[in-house]
Design a protein around this ligand. Structure first.
Ligand SMILES: Nc1ncnc2c1ncn2[C@@H]1O[C@H](COP(=O)(O)OP(=O)(O)OP(=O)(O)O)[C@@H](O)[C@H]1O
Length: 270
């Protein structure tokens, strides 16, 4: 099966703290999945199991039919790319281009193929003018795109983005939306952890909500955001428009501005 499968997967840190328990989840290739939930719910721990950074303490994680316990993290990371929340935890080369080329060179690809991959990653992230710069001499929000480009260059079938919109302005968020769509058009999956509910509603077909070490819901953004029990247990909120619709007791399961405008127009008989 071409999918990431968590099968009753649990993870306990070396200090004995169990951060996630009995997770069951299948993410098939080509899906766009947003993972939401309160701080400390276990989202990062869960995705680190998907790319082999953590091997499950209980249960199994299977990536395209391969059990992560049977492979090294380096091997799994050629299937599942993981972009750290903080680019400074990831970037280590002295120039942007060296950072992006690092994995294709490590994987001993031909020069022509390295060039193609770098160009593609740079085009998707819009960082062409920074290639010769030291990553630590460019703004944090751009540095986040360097971290993304470096993982994109491995061209993994699955990509995990951890809090990609944090620190981004509207233009940065638009670049992220375009790149997520471009990857999906190529049949690749994008899995994103985020506290940005507008970003979730605008970009993800499927939303997984976590609370207190468990997955508590899995469905469309509308189903998740309008399930009051899920919203309160996972301590998320709806989109701002969704919150307003709830406050005003207007419309059914509204999430977006155009839906709100339509509903108000309908009520005004226009
Ligand atoms: N290295 C570690 N050792 C021990 N406990 C850890 C470690 N890393 C994380 N934890 C704990 O595991 C729990 C889950 O953390 P995790 O980072 O997976 O949550 P999260 O849902 O991603 O939270 P956030 O939204 O704040 O990033 C937290 O209580 C955290 O303190």
């Amino acid at each position: 099966m071409m999918a990431i499968e968590l099968k009753d997967a649990s993870f306990t840190y070396p200090n004995g703290y169990t951060a996630v328990e009995h997770l069951n989840l299948v993410i098939e290739s080509g899906e766009k999945v947003g993972i939401v939930g309160q701080n400390g719910a276990g989202k990062t721990t869960a995705v680190k199991m998907m790319n082999g950074l953590h091997k499950p303490s209980g249960g199994d994680v299977i990536v395209d039919g391969v059990n992560t316990k049977e492979k090294t993290t380096a091997q799994i990371s050629t299937y599942v790319g993981y972009v750290f929340q903080n680019p400074d935890d990831q970037i280590f080369n002295k120039s942007v281009i060296a950072e992006i080329e690092y994995m294709p060179r490590y994987l001993k690809m031909e020069e022509k193929e390295i060039k193609r991959r770098v160009e593609r990653a740079v085009e998707l992230t819009g960082i062409a003018k920074y290639l010769k710069k030291n990553p630590f001499d460019i703004p944090y929000s751009t540095r986040k795109f360097v971290a993304i480009a470096a993982i994109l260059a491995t061209e993994t079938p699955y990509l995990i983005l951890d809090e990609p919109t944090a620190g981004q302005d509207a233009e940065g968020i638009a670049i992220l939306s375009r790149l997520i769509d471009a990857l999906q058009a190529e049949g690749r999956s994008v899995i994103t952890i985020t506290h940005d509910m507008e970003f979730v509603a605008d970009n993800f077909d499927r939303v997984v909500a976590m609370a207190q070490k468990h997955i508590i819901a899995d469905g469309s953004a509308r189903d998740i955001f309008w399930n009051e029990e899920v919203v309160s247990t996972s301590r998320i909120r709806k989109t701002a428009i969704g919150e307003l619709a709830k406050e005003l007791q207007i419309g059914e399961r509204i999430l977006y501005c155009d839906e709100m405008v339509e509903e108000i127009a309908r009520r005004l008989g226009r």
